[in-house]
Design a protein around this ligand. Structure first.
Ligand SMILES: *Cc1c(COP(=O)(O)O)cnc(C)c1O
Length: 403
């Protein structure tokens, strides 16, 4: 029924924007040629993956870029280059997504989850404590759901304790910290081009770094055979020769088709950021008026991308959340919940990763996740949609509290 303020939301949260016409056109050409592999180039032909790497390196302001099969694979090979002893401790946010502990495991490290602060970013006091307690010198910093940590503080702790930083920018492609692109702070940064991130090739990953040895290793790890000289954002030949044949091929290249559909989307990133932030502002404005809802605060220096929104339903007892989510869902708004005892959809928490054995209790993160909810903001929505979504969340929450 669509009466008064009990309206249902009609649009689909899983709808995607079509790819730009230039992506579709180039994809058609490539499919017509049958030459889908990045190293299948004739004389005078430049491969799309090499061009994407060059353009993306420029975009982030980094020297080298390696396109690969997924964001998780990019993290894995970045860590491969940096983990020097089996089982080495690798610090990571406790509030992250499973590809992070997965990549640490894949690269032979031991994940050491670090507490979360009230802005949903890494707790720098706990970072220091964990680094010292476990002797960890490597950190995978996830800018989870676009929440950028106080990079000044993270860089200061890292410099002081000799921590090497790998940034997980799956949710911050196109975002900035003090005007500097997200992903330009650490030793390396990894991005995802999976459909739910900021540019879409179904699956895909991009690794950027200024370190020639790390870049050379990553290129060889993706399976470059003896074609690395076709790369346009690769280190000089001497760095490639030093590792070629010395380290394994883990076969994780990006194909030409995906690279081709991504290139025109890079040019749309600024416009997408503006659109996402209009949606984010509209929904956060509406939710800030709702009794019992609290929004995470953002650092003033972070120019984030609001491609999803998180909020706390503060006063609601945990056992009432299924009822609240059910009320939202019945009116067409799927809200995910990080406090769910069972993992569901994309929303899991570190307690669900039983292969991560840690003696860290992480009470602050547990407390923060217990009442934390998550709403996706597809670019197919507009600002009025977000007001209605906010109405539905607010009304569902009040109905649950008074049920
Ligand atoms: C999506 C994601 C990744 C990895 O991306 P894939 O391309 O799916 O492997 C890593 N970290 C976070 C926080 C993500 O959301």
């Amino acid at each position: 029924m669509a009466i008064g303020n009990m309206r249902e939301f009609q649009k689909s949260f899983t709808e995607q924007q079509p790819l730009p016409a230039a992506s579709i056109e180039r994809a058609g050409e490539i499919m017509g040629s049958g030459k889908l592999h990045r190293y299948n180039t004739g004389p005078g032909e430049t491969d799309d993956a090499a061009l994407l790497e060059k353009e993306f390196a420029n975009y982030v302001g980094r020297r080298y870029c390696v396109a690969c099969t997924s964001g998780g694979f990019a993290l894995h090979i970045a860590l491969r280059a940096l983990i020097r002893s089996p089982g080495a401790p690798v610090l990571c946010n406790a509030f992250t997504l499973s590809p992070v502990p997965g990549a640490i495991h894949n690269a032979g490290g031991t994940a050491i989850p670090v507490e979360t602060d009230a802005s949903l970013t890494i707790d720098c006091d706990d970072l220091r404590e964990a680094a010292e307690a476990y002797g960890a010198r490597l950190l995978v910093l996830t800018h989870m759901r676009g929440h950028i940590a106080d990079m000044d503080a993270v860089m200061a702790v890292s410099a002081e304790l000799g921590i090497t930083l790998v940034e997980d920018c799956a949710h911050t492609m196109g975002a900035y910290w003090r005007g500097q692109p997200s992903g330009s702070h650490g030793m390396a940064a990894c991005f995802s081009t999976q459909s739910n991130k900021h540019i879409n090739s179904g699956e895909g990953g991009l690794l950027v770094t200024d370190d020639p040895d790390l870049a050379a290793r990553a290129i060889v790890n993706t399976g470059s055979y003896m074609f690395y000289d076709t790369h346009l954002a690769a280190p000089a030949a001497e760095h490639m020769h030093a590792v070629s044949g010395e380290i394994p091929n883990y076969s994780g290249r990006m194909d030409r088709l995906r690279a081709a559909v991504l290139r025109p989307q890079l040019e749309e990133l600024e416009a997408r950021r503006a659109h996402w932030n209009r949606l984010y502002r509209s929904l956060s404005q509406r939710l800030s008026e709702a009794d019992g809802i609290e929004l995470p605060r953002r650092h003033a220096a972070a120019e984030f991308i609001g491609s999803s929104l998180q909020f706390w339903a503060r006063g609601l007892p945990q056992d009432r959340f299924p009822d609240f989510l059910e009320r939202c869902a019945r009116r067409g708004v799927p809200v995910a919940w990080f406090g769910n005892p069972e993992p569901e959809g994309y929303t899991s928490s570190f307690r669900h990763w039983r292969y991560v054995t840690t003696d860290r209790a992480l009470p602050r993160t547990q407390e923060l996740l217990a009442r934390l909810c998550d709403v996706r903001l597809p670019l197919t929505f507009n600002e009025e949609d977000c007001v209605l979504i906010g109405d539905i969340i607010d009304q569902s929450l009040q109905a649950t509290r008074h049920a």
